[in-house]
Design a protein around this ligand. Sequence first.
Ligand code: DMJ
Length: 667
Amino acid sequence: MYSPLRKDFVSLTLGEQHSHSYTNGKHRRQSCWRKWKQLSRLQRSLILFLLAFLLICGIFSYPTLSEQWRALSEGPVSEGWDETESQGLQPVPPGVLAQVVPGAVQEEPPEPQRPILPVLPKPQAIKKPPSKRGPPAMQKRGNVSDWQLKDGEEPAFRRDEEQEKEAKTVISWRGAMIEAEQGTEPQPSAHAKEAAGPAEVEGAAPLQPVSVKPVDRAEAVREAFRHAWKGYKAFAWGHDELKPISKTHGEWFGLGLTLIDALDTMWILGLKEEFEESREWVEKELSFSKNVDVNLFESTIRILGGLLSTYHLTGDALFLEKAKDIGSRLMPAFKTPSKIPFSDVNIGKGTAHPPRWTTDSTVAEVTSIQLEFRELSRLTQDPQYQKAVDEIMGQVHRLDGKHDGLVPMFINTNSGKFTHRGVYTLGARADSYYEYLLKQWLQGGKQEPELLEDYIQAVEGVKKNLLKQTAPSKLLFVGELSHGRLNPKMDHLVCFLPGTLALGAHNGLPADHMELAVQLIETCHQMYVQMETGLSPEIAHFNLQNHNGRDVDVKPADRHNLLRPETVESLFYMYRFTQDSKYRDWGWEILQSFNKFTRVPSGGYTSIGNVRDPVNPGPRDKMESFFLGETLKYLFLLFSDDPDLISLDKYVFNTEAHPLPIWPSAS
Ligand code: DMJ
């Protein structure tokens, strides 16, 4: 024990070496004042600033703390469904929430199904200024197209914030970043809801049974689209991508990429209000006269493709005008020594260049712009577009360096030759080369035999060089050939292949293409169901070694999911051609997993960093434009019972899911 008379104790407490008493208040005040006066001006200012800062913090945190104290003093917080009754809340009787009449268009979508959570005292309503980025209509009333306001109801953005706050207070789940309540199931019919049972709020909930009717599933896709659109409208309107968690936008080209990519999806889903306000933006705001570098491939498949397909679906000349504008601005990319285009174009300056580090272009990029430019030529009767892209296909057709019809990943813009030979994949950098061989042949009315020849040879090349089965369940996958060795890995991107193979078989190509499609779509399905979140990783590694483990393994760097479409795209083709309902069930499971692990309460969906971790999937704060352009469109078409809704005998989808017409044989 220290004695109070010990000198060191006194000096530590008051800093007063000669004091013998520390009970004398007056003396202490005087000595404090003296000390204060001895401090420099800077020291005094710093201390005053710190005190003021602490005072302000205290004032601001008071309401939150008192809120929590009040909540705690009202008893323990329930996490579960079962305790709702004891909180004075009753479960909603079956049939009250779900009033979807099969086949009927719902004017006012009901609130999404949410588990009933105990209600905490409401925080004081803070009036938040509406986003200045949104269109004028939205600034006044929130997103009424999504959640229709009734008399006396509060605007959506406020209700969402409050719900979000409640959810965060009640359940700590996934870092409070992704919604806890999984209110993402469709507005199911009473029947569907009964089948589903009570919602789970924690961890990996069982998915809804697969017996939900197609009409409800299609409605669920509409609901998902509206939810995504709500976020885009509120936080990223007119910008390229939504960052749904930070509630802001990301810019890539600065051309409203998500809006343009989503135009035909809105049309197909029958979302008229959303479509009309987007059309208005295209008319009044969209300008390609900008000093900006764009990627030739990405802007062709998303922007040119999106505008052309919207023109075809709507007959509205505005979209053709815009398509012509962007198409002509992309043409400088083709001015290279070899006529193999550069990857990047400045659409304002009319200049083009390769990436800074190489003069190579990616093979998939230069061979997957053909559907769009050929269609632009047909519509405008200006042959320059088709000529430029046909030139590429002709050269690639004749090039050395293919391996049984399989192409390397790079091509040089000076020499026009393949580079980095020796690696062959159906994944990134080569994927859509194969897709566009078949689709150009279909687009042109099956008149160009060299395209078909290259396609059939490539499928043979896949069969001979890239196919392998896993040891545990004999899953067939498409590996990568790297300098003679098969690497047992497959990008999710490869999952476009079953759909393309099925499309070929539907058009008279060998029946074993369809058999291959059936096996590969099973593998793509397993890439989802073998993951804890029910979502596929970006890249899967397959187990060739033992018979006990799982088939699909994932390396730490490949665990992300970007909301990609390829598997649901193939499910759509497989269902259309076989009518086997299991493909719809698989698509339904995927939609539910997206809803469970990627949906953000305030609007939008986010890519995630780890499909193996259902507790913390690691939201990445980005909604790619293809989620609206492709993923939700294919899901809707998968569940739609109308085979004439974008008939596969009349349209061919570009690689961004924009349907373009199959040319009448006369043209
Ligand atoms: C899309 O932009 C296109 O489907 C492209 O062909 C591949 N990557 C994305 C979607 O994953």
